[in-house]
Write a protein of this length. Structure first.
Length: 233
C-alpha cells in the first residue's frame, strides 16, 4: 500500500532533520532524506513539490501543532491574559525540539524569494495562538492582534536563538518586556479614544476601521503544492 503524501512528508521530514544542521533546508538535505527514508524521488516530489522548502514549512507547522496540543491540556485559568500569551510563546519555542533547524529556517525564509512564505508562517503561528486562547474578535482587532503578536514572536525567536542563559530565562524575560511594550501601546490607544478632541479627530478612521471584518476561515488543505488559502504552485 502506497503512503499518502502527508505520511510521506512526515517520513521525509524526520529523515531530513539530522541533515539540516549541516546542509540547511536545501536540495542536498532533501536528497539525503529521500535516501534515508527509502522514498522514491518521484514520490517524494509528489509529497513535496518544492523539495526542502516544503519540509521547512512542515517543520514549522509541526511546532504549531505541538504547541496547540500543549495549550489544550495546560491550565492557564489562574493567569492574566498577557501571561497566557507569554506561556503560549514559550510553549511554541519549547515545541521546536531543534534550535539549529529553526536557525536554518530563519535563514531560508529571510531570502527575498521565500520571505512571503515565512511571513505567512509567522502569521499562522500568531493566529493559532490567538485562536487557542479563545480570541473572538471579528473586526480590525483580528488583524492587529495577529500582526502585533507575530512581531513579538519573530523578535523572540531571534533572541532565543542567541540565548545561552540557564533554561532560557533571558528569553522569557525578553517576552515579558515585549508584551509590556504592547500593553503600553494599547493603553495609549484607549486614552486616545477617551479623549474628546482626539476622539472627534479619529472619528473618520474609526468608522472605516469599524467596517473591517476578519476573513472567512479556509480549511487547511494538505495536498501537494497547496497551503491554506493558496493555489498550487
Amino acid at each position: 500500500m502506497t503512503d499518502a503524501p502527508t505520511d510521506l512528508k512526515t517520513r521525509l521530514l524526520d529523515a531530513a532533520l539530522p541533515h539540516v544542521a549541516f546542509d540547511g533546508w536545501t536540495d542536498a538535505t532533501f536528497r539525503a532524506a529521500c535516501q534515508d527514508a527509502g522514498v522514491d524521488a518521484a514520490a517524494a516530489r509528489l509529497a513535496c513539490p518544492r523539495g526542502a522548502i516544503d519540509l521547512a514549512v512542515a517543520f514549522h507547522r509541526r511546532g504549531d501543532e505541538a504547541m496547540t496540543r500543549r495549550l489544550a491540556t495546560a491550565d492557564l485559568s489562574p493567569m492574566r491574559f498577557r501571561d497566557r500569551i507569554a506561556a503560549a510563546i514559550r510553549f511554541r519555542l519549547e515545541a521546536t525540539g531543534d534550535a539549529e533547524a529553526v536557525r536554518r529556517g530563519v535563514t531560508l525564509f529571510a531570502l527575498p524569494m521565500h520571505a512571503p512564505e515565512g511571513a505567512r508562517l509567522i502569521w499562522g503561528t500568531a493566529d493559532v495562538i490567538w485562536t487557542s486562547l479563545g480570541d473572538t474578535s471579528e473586526d480590525l482587532n483580528w488583524y492587529t492582534k495577529r500582526a502585533t503578536l507575530g512581531a513579538v514572536y519573530s523578535s523572540t525567536v531571534l533572541f532565543w536563538l542567541g540565548d545561552e542563559s540557564p533554561g532560557h530565562q533571558d528569553t522569557w524575560a525578553f517576552v515579558d518586556r515585549r508584551i509590556e511594550d504592547v500593553m503600553r501601546i494599547e493603553k495609549l490607544k484607549t486614552q486616545a479614544r477617551e479623549n474628546p478632541v482626539l476622539s472627534r479627530l479619529l472619528a473618520g478612521p474609526a468608522w472605516v476601521a469599524g467596517k473591517v471584518r476578519k476573513p472567512a476561515r479556509v480549511p487547511q488543505v494538505d495536498l501537494p503544492g497547496f497551503t491554506a488559502g493558496h493555489t498550487p504552485r
